[in-house]
Design a binder for this molecule. Structure first.
Ligand code: AGP
Length: 605
Protein backbone atom coordinates (compact mmCIF):
# COMPACT_ATOMS: atom_id res chain seq x y z
CA UNK A 1 0.00 0.00 0.00
CA UNK A 2 1.07 3.58 -0.60
CA UNK A 3 2.69 4.62 -3.84
CA UNK A 4 6.17 6.11 -3.91
CA UNK A 5 8.17 7.78 -6.61
CA UNK A 6 11.56 9.39 -7.09
CA UNK A 7 12.85 11.20 -10.17
CA UNK A 8 15.81 13.16 -11.39
CA UNK A 9 16.24 13.99 -15.06
CA UNK A 10 15.58 16.25 -17.99
CA UNK A 11 11.80 16.52 -17.67
CA UNK A 12 9.97 18.96 -15.42
CA UNK A 13 10.57 17.12 -12.17
CA UNK A 14 7.55 18.39 -10.30
CA UNK A 15 5.14 17.45 -13.08
CA UNK A 16 6.73 14.03 -13.61
CA UNK A 17 6.25 13.30 -9.92
CA UNK A 18 2.66 14.54 -9.75
CA UNK A 19 1.71 12.63 -12.93
CA UNK A 20 3.35 9.46 -11.63
CA UNK A 21 1.54 9.84 -8.30
CA UNK A 22 -1.74 9.93 -10.20
CA UNK A 23 -0.83 6.60 -11.80
CA UNK A 24 0.12 5.18 -8.41
CA UNK A 25 -2.88 6.59 -6.61
CA UNK A 26 -4.71 3.25 -6.73
CA UNK A 27 -2.22 2.07 -4.09
CA UNK A 28 -3.64 4.51 -1.56
CA UNK A 29 -5.33 7.85 -1.83
CA UNK A 30 -6.03 9.43 1.50
CA UNK A 31 -3.21 11.95 1.30
CA UNK A 32 -0.33 12.86 -0.97
CA UNK A 33 2.86 14.84 -0.91
CA UNK A 34 6.05 15.73 -2.72
CA UNK A 35 9.50 16.92 -1.73
CA UNK A 36 11.65 18.65 -4.30
CA UNK A 37 15.13 19.97 -4.39
CA UNK A 38 16.17 23.07 -6.27
CA UNK A 39 19.57 23.98 -7.67
CA UNK A 40 20.84 25.59 -4.51
CA UNK A 41 20.05 22.37 -2.63
CA UNK A 42 17.07 23.35 -0.46
CA UNK A 43 14.51 20.60 -0.06
CA UNK A 44 10.90 21.84 0.17
CA UNK A 45 7.83 19.79 1.05
CA UNK A 46 4.25 20.24 -0.08
CA UNK A 47 1.67 17.75 1.24
CA UNK A 48 -1.98 17.48 2.20
CA UNK A 49 -4.78 15.12 3.10
CA UNK A 50 -6.85 14.26 0.03
CA UNK A 51 -6.12 13.21 -3.52
CA UNK A 52 -3.22 13.99 -5.84
CA UNK A 53 -5.53 16.50 -7.54
CA UNK A 54 -5.76 18.37 -4.22
CA UNK A 55 -1.99 18.26 -3.89
CA UNK A 56 -1.59 19.65 -7.40
CA UNK A 57 -3.81 22.58 -6.45
CA UNK A 58 -1.97 23.12 -3.19
CA UNK A 59 1.43 23.11 -4.93
CA UNK A 60 0.30 25.83 -7.37
CA UNK A 61 3.47 27.10 -8.98
CA UNK A 62 5.76 25.76 -6.23
CA UNK A 63 8.57 23.50 -7.32
CA UNK A 64 8.62 24.66 -10.94
CA UNK A 65 12.41 24.84 -10.82
CA UNK A 66 12.92 21.54 -9.06
CA UNK A 67 15.71 19.38 -10.45
CA UNK A 68 15.02 16.24 -8.40
CA UNK A 69 12.26 15.06 -6.13
CA UNK A 70 10.24 12.33 -4.42
CA UNK A 71 6.52 11.78 -3.94
CA UNK A 72 4.05 9.68 -1.99
CA UNK A 73 0.40 8.75 -2.03
CA UNK A 74 -0.78 7.32 1.28
CA UNK A 75 -3.02 4.57 2.61
CA UNK A 76 -3.06 5.32 6.33
CA UNK A 77 -1.90 2.67 8.78
CA UNK A 78 -0.37 4.56 11.70
CA UNK A 79 -2.02 7.89 12.36
CA UNK A 80 -5.20 9.38 10.99
CA UNK A 81 -5.72 11.07 7.67
CA UNK A 82 -4.46 14.66 8.02
CA UNK A 83 -1.87 16.99 6.51
CA UNK A 84 0.61 16.33 9.28
CA UNK A 85 0.60 12.56 8.84
CA UNK A 86 0.99 12.79 5.07
CA UNK A 87 4.42 11.96 3.63
CA UNK A 88 7.15 13.16 3.00
CA UNK A 89 8.39 13.51 6.57
CA UNK A 90 11.22 15.90 7.20
CA UNK A 91 13.49 15.75 10.25
CA UNK A 92 16.73 17.72 10.28
CA UNK A 93 18.63 17.04 7.08
CA UNK A 94 16.48 14.08 6.10
CA UNK A 95 13.31 14.05 3.97
CA UNK A 96 11.74 10.66 3.46
CA UNK A 97 8.74 8.73 2.08
CA UNK A 98 7.83 5.21 3.11
CA UNK A 99 5.64 2.30 2.07
CA UNK A 100 5.22 -0.46 4.68
CA UNK A 101 5.09 -0.64 8.45
CA UNK A 102 7.91 -0.04 10.92
CA UNK A 103 6.81 -2.45 13.63
CA UNK A 104 9.25 -1.32 16.34
CA UNK A 105 8.74 2.41 15.92
CA UNK A 106 7.65 2.88 19.53
CA UNK A 107 10.68 1.05 20.94
CA UNK A 108 13.01 3.01 18.65
CA UNK A 109 11.44 6.33 19.68
CA UNK A 110 12.17 5.51 23.28
CA UNK A 111 15.59 4.00 22.80
CA UNK A 112 16.92 6.90 20.72
CA UNK A 113 14.92 9.57 22.61
CA UNK A 114 13.26 10.90 19.50
CA UNK A 115 9.98 12.10 21.11
CA UNK A 116 10.75 15.79 20.84
CA UNK A 117 11.58 15.58 17.16
CA UNK A 118 8.25 14.07 16.12
CA UNK A 119 5.23 16.08 15.05
CA UNK A 120 3.09 13.34 13.44
CA UNK A 121 1.60 10.07 14.68
CA UNK A 122 3.30 7.98 12.01
CA UNK A 123 5.82 5.17 12.21
CA UNK A 124 7.50 6.73 9.17
CA UNK A 125 8.53 9.90 10.91
CA UNK A 126 10.44 7.80 13.44
CA UNK A 127 12.47 6.35 10.56
CA UNK A 128 13.17 9.89 9.32
CA UNK A 129 14.25 11.07 12.77
CA UNK A 130 16.44 8.03 13.28
CA UNK A 131 18.08 8.38 9.88
CA UNK A 132 18.82 12.01 10.72
CA UNK A 133 20.29 10.82 14.03
CA UNK A 134 22.62 8.39 12.23
CA UNK A 135 23.52 10.80 9.43
CA UNK A 136 27.00 12.27 9.74
CA UNK A 137 27.53 13.22 6.10
CA UNK A 138 27.65 9.74 4.55
CA UNK A 139 24.21 8.61 3.28
CA UNK A 140 25.15 4.93 2.73
CA UNK A 141 26.52 4.63 6.24
CA UNK A 142 23.43 6.18 7.82
CA UNK A 143 21.05 4.06 5.73
CA UNK A 144 22.94 0.89 6.67
CA UNK A 145 22.68 1.79 10.36
CA UNK A 146 18.99 2.59 9.99
CA UNK A 147 17.98 -0.70 8.33
CA UNK A 148 20.07 -2.53 10.92
CA UNK A 149 17.60 -1.50 13.61
CA UNK A 150 14.29 -1.32 11.72
CA UNK A 151 11.81 -4.19 12.11
CA UNK A 152 8.97 -4.57 9.65
CA UNK A 153 8.48 -3.94 5.97
CA UNK A 154 9.67 -0.85 4.19
CA UNK A 155 10.37 0.78 0.90
CA UNK A 156 12.12 4.04 1.79
CA UNK A 157 13.09 6.88 -0.51
CA UNK A 158 15.29 9.55 1.02
CA UNK A 159 16.78 12.96 0.35
CA UNK A 160 19.57 14.57 2.38
CA UNK A 161 19.62 18.35 2.47
CA UNK A 162 23.38 18.52 1.89
CA UNK A 163 23.43 15.98 -0.95
CA UNK A 164 21.72 17.92 -3.77
CA UNK A 165 20.62 15.97 -6.82
CA UNK A 166 20.92 12.59 -5.09
CA UNK A 167 17.96 10.32 -4.30
CA UNK A 168 18.51 7.25 -2.12
CA UNK A 169 16.34 4.21 -1.61
CA UNK A 170 16.26 0.87 0.18
CA UNK A 171 13.61 -1.76 0.74
CA UNK A 172 12.62 -4.85 2.65
CA UNK A 173 9.59 -6.77 1.26
CA UNK A 174 7.71 -3.64 0.02
CA UNK A 175 8.45 -3.25 -3.68
CA UNK A 176 10.55 -0.73 -5.59
CA UNK A 177 11.36 -0.85 -9.28
CA UNK A 178 13.72 1.57 -11.00
CA UNK A 179 15.08 2.54 -14.35
CA UNK A 180 17.47 4.82 -16.14
CA UNK A 181 16.41 6.01 -19.57
CA UNK A 182 16.96 9.03 -21.81
CA UNK A 183 14.45 10.88 -19.66
CA UNK A 184 16.43 10.35 -16.48
CA UNK A 185 16.60 8.11 -13.43
CA UNK A 186 13.37 7.07 -11.78
CA UNK A 187 12.06 4.70 -9.14
CA UNK A 188 8.52 3.76 -8.21
CA UNK A 189 6.42 1.27 -6.29
CA UNK A 190 5.52 -0.39 -9.54
CA UNK A 191 6.26 -0.35 -13.20
CA UNK A 192 3.01 1.41 -14.18
CA UNK A 193 4.54 4.71 -13.13
CA UNK A 194 7.67 4.19 -15.23
CA UNK A 195 5.88 3.17 -18.41
CA UNK A 196 5.45 6.74 -19.62
CA UNK A 197 9.20 6.86 -20.29
CA UNK A 198 10.34 3.31 -20.84
CA UNK A 199 9.35 -0.32 -20.49
CA UNK A 200 12.84 -1.31 -19.26
CA UNK A 201 13.11 -1.60 -15.51
CA UNK A 202 14.74 -3.56 -12.74
CA UNK A 203 13.48 -4.75 -9.39
CA UNK A 204 15.59 -3.26 -6.60
CA UNK A 205 16.88 -6.20 -4.55
CA UNK A 206 16.06 -6.21 -0.84
CA UNK A 207 18.61 -4.54 1.44
CA UNK A 208 20.51 -2.92 -1.43
CA UNK A 209 21.11 0.81 -1.61
CA UNK A 210 19.87 2.44 -4.79
CA UNK A 211 20.96 5.92 -5.76
CA UNK A 212 19.35 7.90 -8.55
CA UNK A 213 21.63 10.43 -10.26
CA UNK A 214 21.13 12.78 -13.22
CA UNK A 215 23.31 10.53 -15.36
CA UNK A 216 22.55 7.04 -14.10
CA UNK A 217 21.73 4.79 -11.19
CA UNK A 218 24.01 3.21 -8.61
CA UNK A 219 23.12 -0.04 -6.89
CA UNK A 220 25.24 -1.46 -4.10
CA UNK A 221 25.15 -3.91 -1.23
CA UNK A 222 25.23 -2.76 2.37
CA UNK A 223 28.90 -3.57 2.43
CA UNK A 224 29.58 -1.27 -0.50
CA UNK A 225 29.97 -3.70 -3.42
CA UNK A 226 28.54 -2.41 -6.66
CA UNK A 227 25.78 -4.54 -8.20
CA UNK A 228 24.71 -4.43 -11.86
CA UNK A 229 20.93 -3.90 -12.10
CA UNK A 230 19.15 -6.79 -13.82
CA UNK A 231 16.96 -5.03 -16.35
CA UNK A 232 13.81 -6.63 -17.67
CA UNK A 233 11.20 -5.52 -20.14
CA UNK A 234 7.56 -4.92 -19.25
CA UNK A 235 5.53 -6.07 -22.21
CA UNK A 236 2.78 -3.62 -21.33
CA UNK A 237 2.25 -0.93 -23.90
CA UNK A 238 3.35 2.48 -22.74
CA UNK A 239 -0.14 3.91 -22.89
CA UNK A 240 -2.02 0.82 -21.69
CA UNK A 241 -2.13 2.22 -18.20
CA UNK A 242 -4.08 5.28 -19.33
CA UNK A 243 -7.84 5.62 -19.24
CA UNK A 244 -8.36 6.74 -22.82
CA UNK A 245 -11.94 7.70 -23.58
CA UNK A 246 -13.44 5.85 -20.63
CA UNK A 247 -14.64 7.77 -17.58
CA UNK A 248 -13.17 5.12 -15.26
CA UNK A 249 -10.46 2.49 -15.45
CA UNK A 250 -12.95 -0.09 -14.20
CA UNK A 251 -15.07 0.30 -17.34
CA UNK A 252 -11.99 0.26 -19.57
CA UNK A 253 -10.71 -2.89 -17.90
CA UNK A 254 -14.09 -4.62 -18.11
CA UNK A 255 -14.18 -3.83 -21.83
CA UNK A 256 -10.63 -5.14 -22.34
CA UNK A 257 -11.53 -8.62 -21.19
CA UNK A 258 -12.00 -10.39 -24.53
CA UNK A 259 -8.47 -9.34 -25.55
CA UNK A 260 -7.02 -10.02 -22.12
CA UNK A 261 -8.47 -13.55 -22.15
CA UNK A 262 -7.12 -14.14 -25.66
CA UNK A 263 -3.69 -12.88 -24.59
CA UNK A 264 -3.77 -15.27 -21.64
CA UNK A 265 -4.66 -18.21 -23.90
CA UNK A 266 -1.99 -17.31 -26.44
CA UNK A 267 0.83 -19.85 -26.59
CA UNK A 268 -0.97 -22.09 -24.11
CA UNK A 269 -3.02 -23.99 -26.67
CA UNK A 270 -0.89 -26.11 -28.96
CA UNK A 271 -2.52 -28.44 -31.53
CA UNK A 272 -5.80 -28.09 -29.69
CA UNK A 273 -4.25 -29.01 -26.32
CA UNK A 274 -3.61 -26.93 -23.23
CA UNK A 275 0.14 -26.59 -22.99
CA UNK A 276 2.34 -24.91 -20.40
CA UNK A 277 5.72 -25.77 -21.82
CA UNK A 278 6.42 -22.13 -22.73
CA UNK A 279 5.86 -21.29 -19.07
CA UNK A 280 8.48 -23.87 -18.15
CA UNK A 281 5.97 -25.92 -16.20
CA UNK A 282 6.74 -29.64 -16.52
CA UNK A 283 3.88 -32.14 -16.54
CA UNK A 284 5.60 -34.02 -13.72
CA UNK A 285 4.65 -31.19 -11.31
CA UNK A 286 1.01 -31.61 -12.21
CA UNK A 287 1.15 -35.39 -12.29
CA UNK A 288 3.02 -36.09 -9.09
CA UNK A 289 1.24 -33.85 -6.62
CA UNK A 290 -1.27 -35.56 -4.37
CA UNK A 291 -3.21 -32.49 -3.43
CA UNK A 292 -3.59 -28.89 -4.48
CA UNK A 293 -3.91 -25.91 -2.19
CA UNK A 294 -4.78 -22.46 -3.49
CA UNK A 295 -3.79 -19.47 -1.35
CA UNK A 296 -5.05 -16.01 -2.22
CA UNK A 297 -7.05 -13.01 -1.03
CA UNK A 298 -10.24 -11.32 -2.14
CA UNK A 299 -11.04 -11.66 -5.82
CA UNK A 300 -8.02 -13.88 -6.44
CA UNK A 301 -9.30 -16.24 -3.75
CA UNK A 302 -12.65 -16.29 -5.52
CA UNK A 303 -10.85 -17.41 -8.69
CA UNK A 304 -9.48 -20.25 -6.57
CA UNK A 305 -13.04 -21.26 -5.63
CA UNK A 306 -13.91 -21.69 -9.30
CA UNK A 307 -10.76 -23.80 -9.70
CA UNK A 308 -11.88 -25.88 -6.74
CA UNK A 309 -15.19 -26.65 -8.38
CA UNK A 310 -13.39 -27.61 -11.65
CA UNK A 311 -10.78 -29.76 -9.89
CA UNK A 312 -13.45 -31.64 -7.97
CA UNK A 313 -15.68 -32.28 -10.94
CA UNK A 314 -13.00 -32.94 -13.57
CA UNK A 315 -10.24 -34.56 -11.49
CA UNK A 316 -11.98 -35.84 -8.36
CA UNK A 317 -8.87 -34.65 -6.61
CA UNK A 318 -8.36 -33.06 -3.20
CA UNK A 319 -8.11 -29.26 -3.36
CA UNK A 320 -8.26 -26.68 -0.59
CA UNK A 321 -8.76 -22.99 -1.16
CA UNK A 322 -7.41 -20.97 1.75
CA UNK A 323 -7.62 -17.32 2.62
CA UNK A 324 -3.95 -16.40 2.57
CA UNK A 325 -4.35 -14.21 5.66
CA UNK A 326 -5.57 -17.21 7.68
CA UNK A 327 -3.38 -19.85 6.10
CA UNK A 328 -0.41 -20.21 8.39
CA UNK A 329 -2.40 -19.68 11.55
CA UNK A 330 -4.76 -22.55 10.77
CA UNK A 331 -2.27 -25.46 10.77
CA UNK A 332 -2.69 -26.16 7.06
CA UNK A 333 -2.07 -29.67 5.76
CA UNK A 334 0.82 -28.94 3.40
CA UNK A 335 3.79 -31.19 2.61
CA UNK A 336 6.18 -32.21 -0.21
CA UNK A 337 3.29 -33.81 -2.06
CA UNK A 338 1.23 -30.61 -2.11
CA UNK A 339 1.15 -28.22 -5.03
CA UNK A 340 0.49 -24.79 -3.54
CA UNK A 341 -0.89 -22.27 -6.01
CA UNK A 342 -0.73 -18.59 -5.04
CA UNK A 343 -3.06 -16.38 -7.06
CA UNK A 344 -2.52 -12.64 -7.16
CA UNK A 345 -2.97 -9.80 -9.60
CA UNK A 346 -0.27 -7.62 -8.08
CA UNK A 347 2.06 -10.37 -6.92
CA UNK A 348 2.68 -8.15 -3.89
CA UNK A 349 -0.17 -9.00 -1.50
CA UNK A 350 1.73 -9.64 1.67
CA UNK A 351 -0.69 -12.22 3.09
CA UNK A 352 -0.34 -14.29 -0.07
CA UNK A 353 3.41 -13.83 -0.14
CA UNK A 354 3.77 -14.93 3.48
CA UNK A 355 1.48 -17.93 2.92
CA UNK A 356 3.61 -19.02 -0.03
CA UNK A 357 6.83 -18.66 1.96
CA UNK A 358 5.28 -20.75 4.74
CA UNK A 359 4.25 -23.47 2.26
CA UNK A 360 7.76 -23.47 0.81
CA UNK A 361 9.23 -24.08 4.24
CA UNK A 362 6.91 -27.06 4.60
CA UNK A 363 8.38 -28.52 1.42
CA UNK A 364 5.47 -27.85 -0.94
CA UNK A 365 6.00 -27.13 -4.64
CA UNK A 366 5.03 -23.49 -5.11
CA UNK A 367 3.40 -22.21 -8.24
CA UNK A 368 1.78 -18.83 -8.76
CA UNK A 369 -0.71 -17.26 -11.12
CA UNK A 370 0.17 -13.58 -11.35
CA UNK A 371 -0.37 -10.54 -13.49
CA UNK A 372 2.56 -8.33 -12.58
CA UNK A 373 5.87 -9.63 -13.85
CA UNK A 374 8.86 -9.72 -11.58
CA UNK A 375 6.69 -9.13 -8.50
CA UNK A 376 7.67 -10.39 -5.05
CA UNK A 377 5.50 -13.52 -5.27
CA UNK A 378 7.04 -14.45 -8.61
CA UNK A 379 10.45 -14.43 -7.01
CA UNK A 380 9.33 -16.86 -4.28
CA UNK A 381 7.66 -19.29 -6.71
CA UNK A 382 9.07 -22.42 -8.30
CA UNK A 383 6.80 -21.85 -11.31
CA UNK A 384 4.89 -18.80 -12.50
CA UNK A 385 1.97 -18.62 -14.92
CA UNK A 386 1.32 -15.02 -15.97
CA UNK A 387 -2.16 -13.85 -16.82
CA UNK A 388 -1.11 -11.28 -19.45
CA UNK A 389 -4.05 -9.01 -18.62
CA UNK A 390 -1.95 -5.85 -18.88
CA UNK A 391 -2.01 -3.19 -16.16
CA UNK A 392 -5.07 -3.28 -13.94
CA UNK A 393 -5.47 0.11 -12.30
CA UNK A 394 -9.02 0.20 -10.89
CA UNK A 395 -9.06 -1.00 -7.31
CA UNK A 396 -11.91 -3.38 -8.16
CA UNK A 397 -10.33 -6.30 -9.94
CA UNK A 398 -12.03 -7.36 -13.19
CA UNK A 399 -9.81 -8.53 -16.02
CA UNK A 400 -7.32 -10.00 -13.56
CA UNK A 401 -10.08 -12.30 -12.26
CA UNK A 402 -11.32 -13.54 -15.64
CA UNK A 403 -7.76 -14.13 -16.84
CA UNK A 404 -7.00 -16.04 -13.62
CA UNK A 405 -10.04 -18.18 -14.44
CA UNK A 406 -8.69 -18.63 -17.97
CA UNK A 407 -5.42 -20.01 -16.61
CA UNK A 408 -7.31 -22.35 -14.30
CA UNK A 409 -9.61 -23.61 -17.08
CA UNK A 410 -6.57 -24.53 -19.17
CA UNK A 411 -4.53 -25.85 -16.28
CA UNK A 412 -7.23 -28.18 -14.98
CA UNK A 413 -7.73 -29.60 -18.49
CA UNK A 414 -3.99 -30.25 -18.77
CA UNK A 415 -4.00 -32.05 -15.42
CA UNK A 416 -7.09 -34.04 -16.42
CA UNK A 417 -5.37 -35.14 -19.62
CA UNK A 418 -2.04 -36.17 -18.14
CA UNK A 419 -3.77 -37.99 -15.29
CA UNK A 420 -5.99 -39.88 -17.71
CA UNK A 421 -9.21 -38.26 -16.51
CA UNK A 422 -10.01 -36.95 -19.99
CA UNK A 423 -9.37 -38.59 -23.32
CA UNK A 424 -7.60 -36.82 -26.16
CA UNK A 425 -10.92 -36.20 -27.89
CA UNK A 426 -12.53 -34.90 -24.73
CA UNK A 427 -9.71 -32.43 -24.15
CA UNK A 428 -9.80 -31.21 -27.74
CA UNK A 429 -13.55 -30.67 -27.60
CA UNK A 430 -13.16 -28.89 -24.24
CA UNK A 431 -10.56 -26.55 -25.73
CA UNK A 432 -12.64 -25.93 -28.87
CA UNK A 433 -15.53 -24.89 -26.64
CA UNK A 434 -13.27 -22.80 -24.46
CA UNK A 435 -12.08 -20.88 -27.50
CA UNK A 436 -15.65 -19.53 -27.78
CA UNK A 437 -15.38 -17.75 -24.43
CA UNK A 438 -13.83 -14.43 -25.60
CA UNK A 439 -16.64 -14.06 -28.16
CA UNK A 440 -19.19 -14.82 -25.44
CA UNK A 441 -17.67 -12.04 -23.34
CA UNK A 442 -18.00 -9.73 -26.33
CA UNK A 443 -21.70 -10.59 -26.41
CA UNK A 444 -22.10 -9.66 -22.75
CA UNK A 445 -20.31 -6.37 -23.37
CA UNK A 446 -22.53 -5.66 -26.36
CA UNK A 447 -25.48 -6.00 -23.95
CA UNK A 448 -24.12 -3.48 -21.45
CA UNK A 449 -26.98 -1.02 -21.97
CA UNK A 450 -29.49 -3.56 -20.73
CA UNK A 451 -27.34 -4.31 -17.68
CA UNK A 452 -27.12 -0.57 -17.08
CA UNK A 453 -30.93 -0.34 -17.10
CA UNK A 454 -31.24 -3.30 -14.74
CA UNK A 455 -28.76 -1.64 -12.37
CA UNK A 456 -31.56 0.83 -11.57
CA UNK A 457 -33.40 -2.02 -9.80
CA UNK A 458 -30.75 -2.29 -7.11
CA UNK A 459 -29.26 1.18 -6.93
CA UNK A 460 -31.34 2.34 -3.98
CA UNK A 461 -30.94 -0.87 -1.96
CA UNK A 462 -29.23 -0.76 1.40
CA UNK A 463 -28.98 -4.54 1.60
CA UNK A 464 -29.05 -7.08 -1.15
CA UNK A 465 -28.68 -10.84 -1.59
CA UNK A 466 -27.07 -12.71 -4.45
CA UNK A 467 -28.18 -16.31 -4.66
CA UNK A 468 -27.12 -19.32 -6.67
CA UNK A 469 -25.98 -22.92 -6.37
CA UNK A 470 -22.73 -24.74 -7.12
CA UNK A 471 -20.48 -22.86 -9.51
CA UNK A 472 -22.98 -19.98 -9.55
CA UNK A 473 -22.64 -19.54 -5.80
CA UNK A 474 -18.85 -19.29 -6.14
CA UNK A 475 -19.30 -16.73 -8.93
CA UNK A 476 -21.69 -14.69 -6.84
CA UNK A 477 -19.19 -14.43 -3.99
CA UNK A 478 -17.10 -12.44 -6.44
CA UNK A 479 -20.10 -10.58 -7.92
CA UNK A 480 -21.12 -9.58 -4.43
CA UNK A 481 -17.63 -8.44 -3.42
CA UNK A 482 -17.53 -6.32 -6.56
CA UNK A 483 -20.85 -4.67 -5.80
CA UNK A 484 -20.07 -3.95 -2.18
CA UNK A 485 -16.60 -2.52 -2.79
CA UNK A 486 -17.63 -0.03 -5.45
CA UNK A 487 -21.26 0.78 -4.54
CA UNK A 488 -21.14 0.47 -0.70
CA UNK A 489 -24.35 -1.57 -0.82
CA UNK A 490 -24.28 -4.34 1.75
CA UNK A 491 -24.44 -7.37 -0.51
CA UNK A 492 -24.30 -10.96 0.63
CA UNK A 493 -23.79 -13.94 -1.64
CA UNK A 494 -25.61 -16.99 -0.38
CA UNK A 495 -25.92 -20.57 -1.51
CA UNK A 496 -29.62 -20.46 -2.33
CA UNK A 497 -30.41 -23.76 -0.64
CA UNK A 498 -28.96 -22.37 2.56
CA UNK A 499 -31.19 -19.28 2.73
CA UNK A 500 -33.97 -21.09 4.54
CA UNK A 501 -31.54 -21.98 7.33
CA UNK A 502 -31.48 -18.42 8.58
CA UNK A 503 -30.87 -15.50 6.25
CA UNK A 504 -34.29 -15.69 4.62
CA UNK A 505 -35.40 -13.86 7.77
CA UNK A 506 -33.78 -10.77 6.24
CA UNK A 507 -35.69 -10.91 2.98
CA UNK A 508 -38.29 -8.14 2.70
CA UNK A 509 -39.71 -5.98 -0.05
CA UNK A 510 -36.69 -3.71 0.49
CA UNK A 511 -34.13 -6.44 -0.12
CA UNK A 512 -33.56 -7.04 -3.83
CA UNK A 513 -32.19 -10.40 -4.85
CA UNK A 514 -29.81 -11.03 -7.73
CA UNK A 515 -30.07 -14.66 -8.83
CA UNK A 516 -27.76 -16.53 -11.18
CA UNK A 517 -28.57 -19.67 -13.16
CA UNK A 518 -25.92 -21.00 -15.53
CA UNK A 519 -25.85 -24.71 -14.66
CA UNK A 520 -28.51 -26.85 -16.27
CA UNK A 521 -28.45 -29.51 -13.57
CA UNK A 522 -29.22 -26.93 -10.86
CA UNK A 523 -31.85 -24.88 -12.69
CA UNK A 524 -35.04 -26.35 -11.19
CA UNK A 525 -33.82 -26.26 -7.61
CA UNK A 526 -32.59 -22.71 -8.09
CA UNK A 527 -35.92 -21.62 -9.54
CA UNK A 528 -37.68 -22.97 -6.43
CA UNK A 529 -35.35 -20.93 -4.22
CA UNK A 530 -36.05 -17.83 -6.29
CA UNK A 531 -39.80 -18.42 -5.82
CA UNK A 532 -39.21 -18.56 -2.06
CA UNK A 533 -37.67 -15.09 -1.94
CA UNK A 534 -40.19 -13.71 -4.39
CA UNK A 535 -43.02 -14.97 -2.14
CA UNK A 536 -41.51 -12.87 0.62
CA UNK A 537 -41.68 -9.73 -1.45
CA UNK A 538 -38.14 -9.51 -2.86
CA UNK A 539 -37.61 -7.97 -6.28
CA UNK A 540 -35.59 -10.45 -8.30
CA UNK A 541 -33.10 -9.76 -11.07
CA UNK A 542 -32.19 -12.99 -12.81
CA UNK A 543 -28.98 -13.52 -14.78
CA UNK A 544 -29.54 -16.72 -16.72
CA UNK A 545 -27.84 -18.66 -19.49
CA UNK A 546 -29.89 -18.03 -22.61
CA UNK A 547 -30.55 -21.68 -23.40
CA UNK A 548 -31.97 -22.22 -19.90
CA UNK A 549 -34.68 -19.59 -20.30
CA UNK A 550 -38.29 -20.78 -20.43
CA UNK A 551 -41.71 -19.25 -19.73
CA UNK A 552 -41.22 -19.62 -15.94
CA UNK A 553 -38.02 -17.59 -15.97
CA UNK A 554 -39.68 -14.77 -17.95
CA UNK A 555 -41.63 -13.59 -14.90
CA UNK A 556 -38.44 -11.97 -13.55
CA UNK A 557 -36.35 -9.05 -14.76
CA UNK A 558 -33.89 -11.08 -16.77
CA UNK A 559 -30.45 -10.68 -18.29
CA UNK A 560 -29.69 -13.46 -20.76
CA UNK A 561 -26.11 -14.73 -20.77
CA UNK A 562 -24.51 -16.20 -23.90
CA UNK A 563 -24.44 -19.96 -24.30
CA UNK A 564 -21.11 -21.62 -23.68
CA UNK A 565 -20.42 -24.98 -22.03
CA UNK A 566 -21.84 -24.84 -18.45
CA UNK A 567 -18.37 -25.14 -16.92
CA UNK A 568 -17.20 -22.02 -18.79
CA UNK A 569 -20.17 -19.84 -17.86
CA UNK A 570 -18.05 -18.50 -15.03
CA UNK A 571 -16.38 -16.00 -17.32
CA UNK A 572 -19.35 -14.40 -19.14
CA UNK A 573 -21.46 -14.44 -15.96
CA UNK A 574 -18.74 -12.62 -14.01
CA UNK A 575 -18.41 -9.96 -16.67
CA UNK A 576 -22.16 -9.29 -16.46
CA UNK A 577 -21.94 -8.98 -12.66
CA UNK A 578 -18.95 -6.63 -12.98
CA UNK A 579 -20.99 -4.39 -15.26
CA UNK A 580 -23.84 -4.40 -12.75
CA UNK A 581 -21.51 -3.26 -9.96
CA UNK A 582 -19.87 -0.69 -12.20
CA UNK A 583 -23.12 0.99 -13.29
CA UNK A 584 -24.52 1.10 -9.76
CA UNK A 585 -21.38 2.84 -8.56
CA UNK A 586 -21.06 5.21 -11.52
CA UNK A 587 -24.76 6.16 -11.35
CA UNK A 588 -24.44 6.87 -7.66
CA UNK A 589 -21.74 9.34 -8.60
CA UNK A 590 -18.96 7.55 -6.76
CA UNK A 591 -15.29 7.56 -7.65
CA UNK A 592 -15.55 4.05 -9.07
CA UNK A 593 -11.82 3.44 -9.35
CA UNK A 594 -10.98 4.49 -5.83
CA UNK A 595 -13.54 3.18 -3.38
CA UNK A 596 -13.25 4.49 0.14
CA UNK A 597 -10.77 2.83 2.52
CA UNK A 598 -9.39 0.50 -0.14
CA UNK A 599 -6.09 0.22 -1.95
CA UNK A 600 -5.18 -1.85 -4.95
CA UNK A 601 -2.04 -3.39 -3.58
CA UNK A 602 -2.32 -4.66 -0.03
CA UNK A 603 1.13 -4.81 1.47
CA UNK A 604 0.15 -4.80 5.15
CA UNK A 605 -0.93 -7.93 7.04
C1 AGP B 1 -10.62 -6.93 -5.76
O1 AGP B 1 -11.69 -6.26 -6.35
C2 AGP B 1 -10.15 -6.45 -4.51
N1 AGP B 1 -9.98 -5.07 -4.46
C3 AGP B 1 -9.22 -7.30 -3.69
O2 AGP B 1 -10.02 -8.28 -3.13
C4 AGP B 1 -8.00 -8.01 -4.35
O3 AGP B 1 -8.44 -8.99 -5.21
C5 AGP B 1 -7.12 -8.61 -3.24
O4 AGP B 1 -6.64 -7.57 -2.43
C6 AGP B 1 -5.99 -9.43 -3.77
O5 AGP B 1 -5.10 -8.68 -4.53
P1 AGP B 1 -4.03 -9.39 -5.45
O6 AGP B 1 -4.77 -10.13 -6.51
O7 AGP B 1 -3.20 -8.28 -6.00
O8 AGP B 1 -3.25 -10.33 -4.58
Amino acid sequence: MCGIIGYTGKEKVRDVILDALELLEYRGYDSAGIAYGEKEGTVSVCKCAGRVADLRKKCGSLGQDATYGIGHTRWATHGGVCDLNAHPHQVGKVTLVHNGIIENYKELTKEYELENELVSETDTEVAAALLNHFYKGNPDEAITKLVGVLKGTFALVMLFADQPGRIFSIRNVSPIVATYSEAGAMLASDVTALCRFTNRYFVVPEYHILELLQDGVRLSTLTGETVEPEYQVADWELNSSEKGAYPFYMEKEIMEQPDAIRATMEGRIVDGFPDFSKDGLPDSVLKNCERICVVACGTAMHAGLIAQSLVKSMLQMHIDVELASEFMYADPVVDEKTLVVAVSQSGETIDTLEALKYAKKKGATCMSILNVKGSSISRESDYVLYTNAGPEIAVASTKAYTTQLTVFYLLVARIAYIRGKMSEDEVKSYIRDFEQVPAAVEQVLANKKQIHLIAKNVITAKDLFMIGRGLDYALLLEGSLKLKEVSYIHSEAYASGELKHGPIALITTDTPVVALITQEKLKQKELSNIKEVRSRGADVVLFIKESLQDPTTKEYETVALPNVRDAFMGIPASVALQLLAYYVSADKGYDVDKPRNLAKVVTVE
